[in-house]
Design a protein around this ligand. Structure first.
Ligand SMILES: NC(=O)c1ccc[n+]([C@@H]2O[C@H](COP(=O)([O-])OP(=O)(O)OC[C@H]3O[C@@H](n4cnc5c(N)ncnc54)[C@H](O)[C@@H]3O)[C@@H](O)[C@H]2O)c1
Ligand SMILES: O=C(O)C(=O)C[C@@H](O)[C@H](O)[C@H](O)COP(=O)(O)O
Ligand SMILES: [Zn+2]
Length: 372
């Protein structure tokens, strides 16, 4: 492991695993994976875009380590997190003769990671998988923590399982081919870690945003490692979201409803929904007197300066009205006895979990396409 490669451990006892972050990890993946394999054979799941860009380097590295491999390329995009693609993938893995002791590799963004992890969790009642995340979002968030799943007709991530990966290889070189829109979507989840529990990190992001966008490798590694450390600590404390893990859902009840409202399409990708959702969560916190209006404005300004949407009116085209959005929010997995759970904040870096929000205040917030 060279000096530029950083390691974060997810401390989950006999299911603990390492996250490696840095350049050249896809080209060296075979060496990292080999100690995990019962036999020298893996199945790779990727999407058509990542398959063209990064699969050849992974295959070369597996060849160099004497690991046999086959790959499936699924369509790129959120609509691939579906029962139809889960069935296709499961059929393919079984057809390839993947055994219970084998390992499946997810090479791609959060869509491929979530779908592959879910398929691995049900295949022959559970096979191992490794994450090789290629988007900023998947490197800082979705590849870590074992939430896997697909979307259903009723909403976001509604069928899934907790299934931890054996290894995560976050190759920062992969980010060189990532479109800026997708980089920013991942950046929203990076900002989330500052907002929920680390004001200093948020302030570091305010100072270093341009370096991150311009591709400064040292800054990117710092941001990814800080994010993975924050997520690893929360997951180790509460793997199945009985309590504190819900903080990682800041902005997501709003964001998931907006993704559903826009048909899980390119009109609004996940990180963009989270960005608007986090701005709304801070706005609601300010209106309820938990945090200052200055903090809420500072959050919104930072997201907007990054180039992210931060208002409902930033979404092009029609949206359901406030009651329609609240109905979509009702499918959230944090609902208890029909009551929504909110992640709100007392300030930047000080988020908390509550079910005590007046429905009228929520409706008023969502009625305004342009909150002040
Ligand atoms: N499991 C979790 O804890 C968790 C956490 C956050 C988000 N998610 C899920 O992750 C998904 C979003 O993930 P995402 O933002 O990575 O989206 P994604 O997987 O759809 O990837 C975004 C786009 O970038 C392309 N792409 C990926 N890597 C590339 C690269 N290196 N170069 C060029 N193009 C590349 C993909 O083909 C795709 O078109 C959502 O479904 C969300 O619900 C899950
Ligand atoms: O890992 C978690 O826990 C998260 O909530 C991370 C989120 O960024 C992620 O989008 C997650 O998939 C949302 O989970 P869900 O339980 O609301 O579907
Ligand atoms: Zn998310």
């Amino acid at each position: 492991m060279t000096d530029t490669i950083k390691k974060v451990n997810v401390a989950l006892g006999d299911r603990a695993y390492d996250i490696f972050v840095g350049p050249g990890l896809i080209a060296n993946a075979g060496a990292y994976l080999k100690p995990l394999l019962r036999r020298n054979r893996v199945a790779i799941v990727t999407d058509e875009t990542v398959g063209k860009l990064h699969l050849p380097a992974l295959e070369k590295s597996l060849d160099a380590n004497g690991i046999r491999h086959s790959a499936i390329k699924l369509p790129a995009g959120e609509s691939t997190k579906s029962f139809a693609q889960l069935e296709k993938l499961t059929d393919w893995l079984l057809g390839e003769g993947i055994e219970r002791g084998d390992l499946v590799i997810a090479l791609g963004g959060g869509v491929i990671g979530d779908l592959t992890g879910f398929a691995a969790s049900i295949l022959r009642r559970g096979v191992d998988f490794a994450q090789i995340p290629t988007t900023l979002l998947s490197q800082v968030d979705s590849s870590v923590g074992g939430k896997t799943g697909i979307n259903t007709r009723q909403g976001k991530n509604l069928a899934g399982a907790f299934h931890q990966p054996r290894l995560v290889l976050a190759d920062t070189d992969a980010l060189a081919t990532l479109p800026m829109r997708e980089f920013l979507a991942g950046y929203a989840e990076v900002v989330k870690y500052g907002l929920i529990g680390d004001r200093d990190f948020f302030e570091w992001l305010e100072v270093n945003l341009d370096r991150l966008k311009e591709g400064d490798v040292e800054a990117r590694i710092h941001a990814i490692v800080k994010s993975c450390e924050a997520k690893a600590a929360i997951v180790a404390a509460d793997e199945r979201e009985g309590g504190v893990r819900a903080l990682l859902n800041l902005g997501h009840t709003f964001g998931h409803a907006l993704e559903a409202a826009t048909g899980f399409s390119n009109r609004l990708v996940h990180g963009e929904g989270v960005s608007i959702g986090m701005a709304l969560a801070f706005e609601l916190s300010a209106r309820l007197g938990f945090c200052t209006g200055q903090d809420a404005a500072r959050v919104r300004q930072h997201l907007a300066r990054a180039g992210l949407p931060s208002r409902l009116s930033d979404i092009e085209g029609p949206l359901p009205d406030a009651d329609g959005l609240i109905a979509l929010m009702g499918q959230d997995k944090k609902v208890v006895d029909g009551t929504l759970t909110f992640i709100l904040a007392r300030g930047i870096g000080d988020a908390f979990i509550t079910r005590d929000v007046d429905p009228g205040r929520l409706r008023a917030l969502l009625r305004e396409r342009e909150p002040a």
